[in-house]
Design a protein around this ligand. Structure first.
Ligand SMILES: [Zn+2]
Length: 136
């Protein structure tokens, strides 16, 4: 009886140690299931924080590249007007175009602060979009 108890305790202790380790491993390369909408404004892109994942969807080569935000500068680069985003799949350099929505703010004070962000090719056609993938 004493032996059984000892075995049980050992098992419980072992589980206690194993569970957090497993949980941690599950976090590496995690991909949250669900539907996610493209970020079409600077504000939406800026909701990305370090550790968040996002997808670069390239319409030219029909690919999706999953990235993880490593620092705040990376997020800034994603919505920097005139900057470029690189498609990891087809190597295309895509230009970031930021347009102020309703700059005068007339009629819609909420929208006036928004800047739409589009990703265009050399011909000015939209060819990529960014999709924030957030678990919460
Ligand atoms: Zn591509």
């Amino acid at each position: 009886m004493k032996n059984t108890l000892k075995t049980l305790t050992t098992i419980i202790l072992a589980f206690g140690l194993v569970t957090p380790a497993l949980a941690q491993r599950a976090n590496i390369g995690r991909f949250t299931k669900g539907s996610f909408k493209a970020a079409t404004s600077q504000q939406e892109i800026q909701t990305l924080k370090k550790g968040d994942q996002y997808a670069k969807v390239c319409m030219k080569c029909k690919s999706i590249t999953i990235k993880e935000v490593t620092d705040a500068k990376e997020v800034e680069k994603l919505c920097h007007d005139g900057g470029t985003v690189h498609c990891d799949s087809c190597e295309e350099q895509i230009t970031i175009k930021r347009t102020k929505l309703n700059p005068t703010g007339k009629g819609n004070p909420v929208k006036s602060k928004k800047s739409s962000v589009t990703y265009v090719n050399a011909d000015g056609e939209e060819c990529m979009f960014i999709v924030p993938i957030k678990s919460e």
